[in-house]
Design a protein around this ligand. Sequence first.
Ligand SMILES: C[S@@+](CC[C@H](N)C(=O)[O-])C[C@H]1O[C@@H](n2cnc3c(N)ncnc32)[C@H](O)[C@@H]1O
Length: 274
Amino acid sequence: MSIVVVVDSVDVDLVSGLVWDLGVSGIEERALPDGAVELRIGCERTIAQQVLEVLAERWAPNAEPVAADEGLDAWRDHAQVWRIGSIVIVPPWLETPIGVDENDLVIVIDPGHAFGSASHETTRMCLEAVVDLVTPGCAVADIGCGSGVLAIAAARRGATMVVATDIAADAIVATLDNALTNDVADLVEVSTATIDELDPTTFDVVFANIGAATLASMAAALVQVTKPEGVLVLSGLLGEQVETVISSFEQTGALRTEIRADGEWRTVLMKRPR
Ligand SMILES: C[S@@+](CC[C@H](N)C(=O)[O-])C[C@H]1O[C@@H](n2cnc3c(N)ncnc32)[C@H](O)[C@@H]1O
């Protein structure tokens, strides 16, 4: 299911933040000649009404449901390779660029209809955290795995236990396919398990690039699955949402360690105390 809405260019991040929070699977942007931006939002039928209602608070006149998945693949023509430190994310239909050497980690990702091509700032900030935090032998959770890009990068960095979960069927399919392509299918456990179903005190690093409202609602459970001294990487946040989300986690005893920024987007690192 897709929903199309035309917004002012200054509202693009706001709209994206609002609908990511609801669990949409992809957003395609197209600049219009008058300076406005058309957003084509992919989502499961079950949340389409909710997405339309949120948009209707400000942008209703331009929102319309369109045929299933129509236009969701147009971004493929503009896909590109992304380098994040030593990690190089390559769509399977593009060449690995010149200049990649044996110290780089080339990861081939086809997101299908899930989120996570690395074109979004939040994914790239999380990949930076993979480079900084994931060390050989550690246990990693990727909650809201989308394409599986973070889980797969963690496994390729040497994590020996990686759990990847998502509520969207497209994400599960993409993560399984991408894990196979990158030879880490035996390391990455992919499922629709809810955060409450994961074992407590298990993960050295927990990634959740999932939006403010969902993060706040899951705060206690996300901290619960993290090992003492383990790190939570919380992303999908706009600047004005950061303090609310941090305070939900602080109420569970977690400690803030760092706030990273890329444009409007923020990634918060927190620690479960010993
Ligand atoms: C912004 S994408 C992140 C994808 C990928 N991890 C990345 O960093 O690019 C958020 C993902 O969270 C999923 N999601 C939303 N609500 C969720 C929930 N309550 N539990 C698990 N996954 C959820 C969505 O389906 C979507 O795939």
